[in-house]
Design a protein around this ligand. Structure first.
Ligand SMILES: Cc1cc2nc3c(=O)[nH]c(=O)nc-3n(C[C@H](O)[C@H](O)[C@H](O)COP(=O)(O)O)c2cc1C
Length: 207
């Protein structure tokens, strides 16, 4: 029997009540319900300094890079800041330059699920930025993405998810990442031809 898929979630803002971290937790719950081993790496807890090659590499950067390289799939979740991902989120991914000389390099052959939360409606812009980053890191972003608009509607002031429709879509994204990772394990590809149960390319958040 194949070993459980290992899924690492990266994200959240630096706020204690971060909605993007709560969204990530829900997606990881969906992955776990589908049989994956999951680990959440919160940017608030990771507390990485800004990337530079001119100082000693912090242990948190090593730990994050090893977790990212060792897993089968990732789920990324960023708040939308100024129409894109947050600086903290991008900075964490900049540290993956530590994986440049690995074989395979960076995040090659790993599916990545993409989530954002936004106060308004710019979340898809941030998702699209994540897609560019995923490609540069040799990862495969899964077609199902979830930009959660108007986060104040779906999360309470403590950052708890109160919209069951959004929660279900986040869990579905987690399950989709596991499905893609299993397909990589089985065939080394991310070919959707053999599984036509998934038909939509974007979950539509409830309005
Ligand atoms: C610095 C900053 C910039 C933001 N820029 C945008 C934006 O461009 N578009 C948008 O829809 N929401 C924007 N927001 C709102 C956040 O995306 C929203 O509150 C989100 O839920 C925050 O995620 P968090 O709860 O994980 O911190 C911004 C918030 C901050 C603090």
């Amino acid at each position: 029997m194949a070993r459980p898929v290992q899924v690492v979630g990266l994200g959240g803002s630096l706020r204690a009540e971060s909605t993007s971290r709560t969204a990530l937790e829900a997606a990881l719950d969906g992955a776990a319900a589908d049989g994956a081993d999951t680990r959440l790496i919160s940017l608030r807890d990771l507390d990485l300094p800004m990337y530079t090659a001119e100082r000693a590499i912090p242990s948190a950067a090593h730990e994050f890079a090893e977790a990212a390289h060792g897993c089968d799939a990732m789920i990324w979740s960023s708040p939308t800041y100024q129409g894109s991902v947050s600086g903290a989120f991008k900075n964490a991914l900049d540290w993956l330059i530590l994986l440049a000389e690995r074989e395979p390099p960076y995040l090659a052959n790993k599916p990545v699920g993409l989530i954002t939360t936004a106060g308004g409606v710019h979340g898809l812009q941030a998702v699209n930025t994540m897609d560019f980053i995923a490609r540069s890191l040799r990862a495969w972003s899964v077609p199902l993405v979830l930009p959660v608009p108007q986060s104040w509607r779906s999360f309470d002031p403590d950052g708890r998810l109160i919209d069951e429709a959004i929660a279900a879509q986040l869990r579905a994204l987690g399950a989709e990442v596991v499905r893609a990772a299993r397909q990589f394990q089985a065939s080394g590809t991310c070919d959707y031809a053999e599984d036509r149960t998934f038909t939509s390319t974007a979950a539509q958040p409830a309005t």
